[in-house]
Design a protein around this ligand. Sequence first.
Ligand code: 5U1
Length: 694
Amino acid sequence: MSQKSPVAPEFFKEIAQLRTELDDANYRYYVLDDPVLTDIDYDQRLRRLQELESQHPDLVTPDSPTQRVGAALAEGFPEVQHAVPMLSLDNAFDDEEIMAFVKRVNERLERDSDDLIFCCEPKLDGLAVSLVYENGALISGATRGDGRTGEGITSNLRTLRSIPLKLRGDSIPQLLEVRGEVYMSHSGFEALNERARDEGSKVFANPRNAAAGSLRQLDPQITAKRPLEFCAYQVARIDEDEAPTSHSALMARLRKLGFRTNPELDRVQGSAALLEYCQHLGKKRAKLDYDIDGAVIKVDELRLQRELGFVARAPRWAIAYKFPAEEQTTWLKAVEFQVGRTGAITPVARLDPVTVAGALVSNATLHNQDEIARLEVRIGDRVVIRRAGDVIPQVMRVIEDERPENAQAIEFPSQCPVCDSTLERIEGEAVVRCPAGLFCAAQRKEALKHFASRRALDIDGLGTKIIDQLIEREWVKTPADLFHLKADDLSTLPRLAEKSAQNLIDALEKSKSTTLPRFIYALGIREVGEATAGNLARHFGSLEALMQAELADLEAVEDIGPIVAAHVHAFFEEPHNRETLAQLIEAGVKWEEAKVSARPQPLVGQTWVLTGSLESMTRDEGKARLQALGAKVSGSVSKKTAGVVAGPGAGSKLTRAQELNVEVLDEAAFLAQLAGWENGESGKDEQPSDEETA
Ligand code: 5U1
C-alpha cells in the first residue's frame, strides 16, 4: 500500500498565507477600493497556490481561491425556492412622487415631523441575485426569477471575485442571506466587447445584456472570463446575537463580512435631504463607471420597516426613484404592422438607427391606432425616441418644425397584414386585433415561440427561424404537432444538419417533462405571465381543476382580477384549445403531480382566525391562502386556536385571543409568515382543530 508523504509545516503555512493574501487582495480591491496587488501579482500567487494544492489535493478546501471555477452543468440550472420572497419596488418618477412616499410613510408611522432617517443608494442596472451562507461558507446563489423561485446559479456566482466564498472576521453569523446586484462596469464591458471584436465573436448591446448573458452560461469557465461584479444591498436573513437594528448598520456589517456595498450609500434625514440626494446622484450618474437607473430609498430603522410592512409584492418602507429616461431624435422612415401572439396589431416605427441609453435603436413601438393619432406622426417626420432600461423604445413626440413637405399620413390597415382577416376593435379597447387566432400564421408563429421559450417548455434549439419554416411548410399548426415531427423531415430544412435535427427531437422529448406552472404559462393565455401561471398552479393543483374552474373560482386566486379570470375562463371554454390540450397530453407532455400537490401544507391540523380588515388582501383571500396551506379557518377564538390575524377594526376576537394567550399577528407579520410557509417553512406543532365555522 502506498503511504502518503507527510505534509511539511511550511507547506501548510505557505498555503494558508497565499489564501489569506488572495482573499485580502479581493477585499482591499472590491470592498475598500484600495488595491494592494497588481493583476500580475494576484495571478502569480494564485498559480503558486494551485501548484501547492495539486501536490496535496487533500488540502484543497471548497473556499480556497483556486476553487472559484467548477464543472459545467449538464442539465441546466436547478430551481431554487427563496426562503424570503425577493420583492420588487414601487417607483417614483419625480420629486412629487418621492414626497408622496415620505408622506405615506410618516402618516402610517403616525409621525408629524419630517425627520425620518432614510438610507439611499444608487439603483444598479444589473441582475438581482441572492446568496446564502451557512457558518460562513457560501452554499447557494440564485437569480430572482419570479420572486419566489429563482434559478440556482451558484457555480457561476462563485467565479465573481467580489463574492466571498467564505465570510471574513472572527464573529460569523450562522446563517446569512445577502441580496444584491450583479453588474458589469463600463470599463469591463468595453474590454469584453473589444476582445469579442478581436475574436470575431458577437458583441453585447449593453452592460446589462452582457451581465445577463454571462450569468446564464452553463459552463462557469465562460462566466469566469466575464468582468462581472457584485454589490450587496439587502440582508434577507441573518442569524446572530445582537444583529444590527438599521439598514445602514447592516450594510456596515456586510462590509466587515467581506461584501462590497455601494460607495454612494448615504443616510439622510427628512425629505429635503432626500430630494437633494436624488438630485446629486442624477448629476453624478454620468461620471460613474457603471449604469444606474435611479436611487433606492429605504426607511433606515428595521423596527420601522417591520411596522410599515408590505403591500402586495413591494415593501411600504422603500421606493425606487427612477431618473428621467434618455431621449434622442431621429427620422421615421416607415411604419410596419406586426401581429402579436394574441392577434394584437402593433404599429412599429422603422427608424434611422440612433444610439439611445447605450443601445442602437432602429425600431420603436407606436403602440396602437390612438397613439398614432395622438402623436399626429407622419412617415418622414423627425421624432423623439425614448428608451428606459429594458423598456422597448417608444416614439415620444414629433418635431413639427422639421417636418418635410412630403411627409405621409400613416394608414392603419383594415385587414390582417398576414392572413387578410378583417381586423376588429372592441369598443372601449385601444387594441385592434386579428380575430383569426391560430388560423393566422403570424399568431401561430408567436404562440409557438412562446410555447418553446426558456421560461415555458424550454425547447432547446427551436428558434425563430425553424419555427418560421415549420409554419410556412404547414408541418406544425398547433404546439401538439411539434411532438410528431421526425428527425428525417427536420434534417431536410435548410441549415439544419442531421445532428441538429436529432438534437431538436431529443430536446422536444426532454421538454415533455415539465411543471404545471410552466405548462400553464406556455399556453399563452392572454395576460397570464409566469407569476399568474404559478398562482393558478398553486391554487388549483391540477390542470383538470383549473379547466373546470368557474369565473368566481378564478377570481379567488391570488392577484387575479375579473379581466384575467375572464381570459383564463374563455381559453379553457374554447373547444379548439381543449382539443390541443388533449393532444399535448396524448403526445406525452406531463408534469409531476406530486410537485404540485405536494405544495407546502405546514398548517395541517391548525385552526386560525381572521379578524378586522386587511389592506393587501380581502379576508376571503387571507382565508383561502391559509386553507391552501392546510389550515382550518374559524370564526371564533378558543384556547385551541393556533393564531389570530388581527387587522384594524379587530374587536372581541382580539381581546379573547389576548386573554387566552393565543398568538396574534398583525398584517405585516402575517404576510411575512405566509411568504415563509408558502416557500416551505414549517408551521408550528400540530394542534387539535376546532370546528370550521368561518
Ligand atoms: N440598491 C438597491 N437596489 N435594490 C433593489 N437596493 C435595493 N433593494 C431592493 C431591490 C429590489 O429591495 C429591497 C428594498 C427589498
